[in-house]
Write a protein of this length. Structure first.
Length: 582
């Protein structure tokens, strides 16, 4: 197809072959061998029909028993070839899709946090489902098109062998369909992009709505959510209907052209037979070949539509895979040298892409080895942004973040992040066993080491009481556990990591008093001997911090311990009084 051979499409197909198809040459060869078998046996049908009718017309009744045997043999061979072809094609296609999905997931998993956070998780998920389905259909039809093309070639050879003049009459009409097929393909490729956007919007809205089920019911937002979803579904319907309408016009157009071809051949053949220049067998065999050819011809006609949708999906997948990472190892990066975890922010500034105001401006402070430094202040002050710069989830746009005197951008990401553990307000629990959830803190840790970390985090007793102990799956998001238990599993993971730096994002703020006390005890053991940065929303939890950095609008406006800051009677003192008496 000319449209499919545009430079961008050729580049996509060439890359798909190199990255994912070339490794399956043996399976492709099997599919092609079976395809040849299908084409050859299909091409035999009209010849068997022609020979049979001519023999019957000549009065040769010895063919009466031979014809059924030949037909059964040809049909059986074709059936076996079709089975082998279908299995071989799906074996190739599904492996290619699997490879693409792995590449896409690897790209998203290793992408910059800013890239992943730019779109809702459901939008990313749609690429693994909707786009994968489009690519799968396009691949299946493209490989099957080889069978259709070979079948058509075989049937054309049969028709030429039967009567070359009639072949010209039937063949002249099909090329007329090429132009509208290519135009429809362009329209479908454009529409496919809009359809994928609608799918992503719908998936993101559904995820958001179901995740906010409590708020929706508490505020009686059911009607508003239903109206919002109805609008999205209507736009998705319009996108899908536009594609379906365009694709639906292909088969009728090809059917009409096929009807014209058959009608023209019937008129011409009828005239030849009546004039004595043709036989009934030739007439019957030729018409049979023409009718058999209509299915592969229609399939080839609809191929361009599926191919364009698949190319659009492939382009979207490769756009994600090809997005360049900004947070990468420097060419001369070295491992983080040994140290005790001193953290220093030196004139650090940071601005998020697309946001005019700076999130951080001239931020300067230090956390000495073994100290606990708390970042406090009003919401939007830049606390979370500052914490995110330490493991290089983002890089500062000005200034430096130093660990043990070394700029974090000059060391390898692996060595930097291996030296850091993070515990957030909402514990992250994977849908895996308790052992795996703790063990991922330090891959390769023994069961004894995992259990020791769990004991230190006050998690061993409730884990041991689970049906299969440490081998019990904790469910999606840790649904088998309470909030306090999930947080203690998260702390056990951090303890097992044995980092020199600990980042805490108010790890106890979502817990009740009893669970908070247990988690605070585990946190005390975790902080011992480690440099800790704490984001504190409840100021009562950071009174004992070695240093408190008060942040407002991306700046450090006050620094000191609790007593010194209360004596200054500045922003910190006002915040403490607000929380104490408010």
């Amino acid at each position: 197809m000319a449209n499919a051979l545009e430079p961008s499409a050729r580049a996509l197909l060439k890359r798909l072959w190199h990255d994912h198809l070339a490794g399956h040459r043996r399976r492709i060869a099997i599919a092609l061998a079976c395809t040849l078998g299908v084409a050859a046996t299909t091409a035999l049908y009209p010849i068997v029909i022609q020979q049979s009718f001519d023999r019957y017309t000549e009065g040769r009744h010895d063919w009466l028993w031979l014809v059924p045997i030949v037909i059964v043999a040809v049909t059986s061979l074709k059936a076996a070839a079709q089975f082998g072809q279908a299995v071989a094609i799906q074996s190739v296609v599904l492996r290619v899709i699997e490879g693409l999905q792995n590449s896409l997931f690897r790209a998203l998993t290793r992408a910059d946090l800013a890239t992943v956070a730019r779109e809702a998780p459901a939008r990313h998920a749609a690429r693994f489902t909707t786009d994968a389905a489009l690519i799968r259909e396009a691949l299946t039809k493209s490989i099957s098109a080889v069978a259709d093309a070979l079948t058509l070639v075989g049937l054309v050879i049969s028709m030429v062998w039967l009567d070359w003049q009639m072949s010209l009459v039937g063949g002249l009409l099909y090329p007329i369909a090429v132009l509208p097929i290519l135009k429809l393909g362009k329209r479908i490729r454009r529409a496919s992009g809009g359809m994928q956007e609608r799918v992503g919007e719908a998936a993101a809205t559904l995820t958001e709505s179901f995740g906010a089920a409590r708020v929706v019911r508490a505020y009686r937002l059911e009607g508003a959510e239903e109206a919002r979803a109805a609008g999205l579904f209507a736009r998705l319907r319009d996108s899908l209907y536009g594609i379906a309408r365009t694709r639906a016009s292909l088969d009728p157009m090809l059917e009409s052209l096929g009807g014209l071809a058959v009608a023209a051949v019937l008129v011409f053949v009828g005239w030849r037979v009546s004039s004595g220049t043709g036989t009934v067998g030739e007439f019957t065999g030729f018409v049979a070949a023409l009718l058999i050819a209509s299915r592969p011809a229609r399939a080839l006609g609809s191929l361009n539509a599926a191919l364009q949708e698949g190319l659009a999906g492939l382009a979207r997948v490769y756009a994600v895979i090809d997005e360049k990472r900004r947070i990468v190892d420097a060419p001369d990066a070295v491992a983080l040298p040994p140290g005790h975890g001193r953290i220093a922010f030196a004139g650090v500034g940071f601005t998020y892409d697309g946001v005019p105001d700076a999130a951080l401006t001239g931020l300067t402070f230090a956390a000495e080895p073994g100290q606990t430094v708390a970042l406090v202040g009003p919401s939007g002050g830049g606390k979370s942004t500052a914490i995110a710069l330490v493991p290089r989830l983002y890089d500062p746009t000005e200034g430096w973040v130093l660990i043990d005197g070394v700029d974090t951008r000059s060391v390898t990401l692996a060595s930097l992040r291996d030296a850091i553990a993070y515990v957030g307000q909402e514990a992250t629990i994977f849908d895996d066993t308790a052992f795996a959830n703790i063990g991922c803190g330090r891959p390769g840790a023994t069961r004894a080491e995992v259990e020791e970390a769990a004991r230190a985090a006050a998690a061993h007793d409730f884990i041991a009481a689970l049906p299969d102990g440490y081998d019990t799956p904790l469910g999606p998001g840790g649904s088998r556990l309470s909030g306090g238990q999930r947080q203690r599993v998260s702390l056990a993971r951090a303890l097992l990591r044995n980092p020199r730096i600990l980042l805490l994002d108010e790890a106890t703020s979502a817990l009740d008093a009893e669970n908070e006390a247990l988690v605070q005890q585990a946190l005390a053991r975790l902080r011992a001997g480690r440099t800790t940065l704490v984001i504190a929303h409840r100021l009562a939890t950071v009174r004992d911090a070695d240093r408190i950095v008060v942040m407002d609008r991306g700046r450090a406006v006050e620094q000191g311990d609790h007593a010194a800051l209360m004596e200054q009677d500045g922003l910190y003192a006002r915040l403490v009084r607000t929380q104490t008496f408010g």
